[in-house]
Design a protein around this ligand. Structure first.
Ligand SMILES: [Zn+2]
Ligand SMILES: [Zn+2]
Length: 278
């Protein structure tokens, strides 16, 4: 709290406390430190009402509300533009962004075909971008990682029996595998491969246990130690419990949602690293 007797004394304090005093003009007389005063931001012409004490406080003195809002808006938009560039492999141009239902909705232009698309920022960050006009998917870097993970999963869950020789293309697509026990190459759909692996276990229980320990290691490793599995893995669409080491509490969610969460954290880390390197 400060005490000044009149307007000119207040102006003196104001000039002493701030470096940007020439940006502001007072349109009404100072009455007391907490009686509203009318201020004009000369840079933009915006007029606002605040208390004299908020104009001279040492921590976060009052700024022009119009300009500080625009500043935040610009920095968010900058960030979004960079996300579009990185995730879309520089194939999309940013047109505009609006805020709807608590989410950023982006309008983008696919440079190759000139088609426009609307996408939620949240979706773009988890599943990448897809142009609806030419149906072209721009996969983000996580997909390459996913293939690597599936390769690891096959090795581990099959207890070293199978090695994937070609990339995973989808659950019902064929892959080439090497069967180490029989020393033969096989071309087989991925779903059939998983069934074979399952059948190589004496019981369903034993298979689940093996999958369970794989999931446990996988979650810990992929989330960089943020999540640990607390309950049994029962399937992709089933709810599991994990301990979130950041929030220091247990959370319950579907395994599929946990995967999206992890994917998003990874993507944000990749983005941050790329934006820093800019
Ligand atoms: Zn302003
Ligand atoms: Zn297109």
């Amino acid at each position: 709290m400060f005490k000044t007797k009149n307007h000119s004394e207040f102006i003196q304090v104001f000039k002493k406390k701030r470096r940007d005093t020439n940006e502001y003009e007072f349109l009404s007389e100072y009455i007391s430190s907490n009686n509203p005063i009318k201020v004009k931001h000369k840079n933009c012409g915006n007029e606002f009402t605040t208390t004299p004490s908020s104009m001279v406080r040492s921590r976060f003195p009052k700024q022009c509300p119009y300009c500080s809002k625009t500043k935040i808006k610009n920095s968010t938009e900058d960030r979004i533009k960079k996300e579009v560039a990185v995730i879309g492999n520089h194939q999309f141009d940013f047109i505009k962004c609006s805020y709807e239902n608590g989410m950023h909705k982006l309008t983008l232009l696919h440079k190759t075909c000139g088609g426009e698309l609307d996408v939620y920022r949240n979706n773009m960050n988890t599943i990448g971008l897809r142009c609806p006009v030419c149906h072209k998917n721009v996969r983000n870097k996580i997909t390459k990682k996913k293939r690597k993970k599936i390769k690891m999963k096959v090795e581990e869950v099959s207890r070293g029996k199978y090695t994937l020789l070609t990339d995973y293309q989808g659950y019902n697509e064929v892959v080439e595998v090497f069967d180490k026990e029989k020393s033969v190459h096989k071309v087989i759909t991925f779903s059939k491969l998983m069934k074979d692996i399952k059948n190589s276990y004496e019981t369903q229980e034993a298979f689940n246990q093996s999958l369970q320990s794989w999931v446990k290691v996988y979650i810990q490793k992929e989330s960089n130690g943020r999540f640990s599995l607390k309950s049994d893995y029962k399937g992709y669409d089933k709810t599991i419990e994990v301990f979130d080491h950041h929030l220091q509490k247990n959370i319950q969610l579907k395994y599929a949602s946990l995967n999206l969460k992890i994917k998003k954290i990874q993507l944000m880390n990749t983005l941050d690293a790329e934006l820093e390197a800019d």
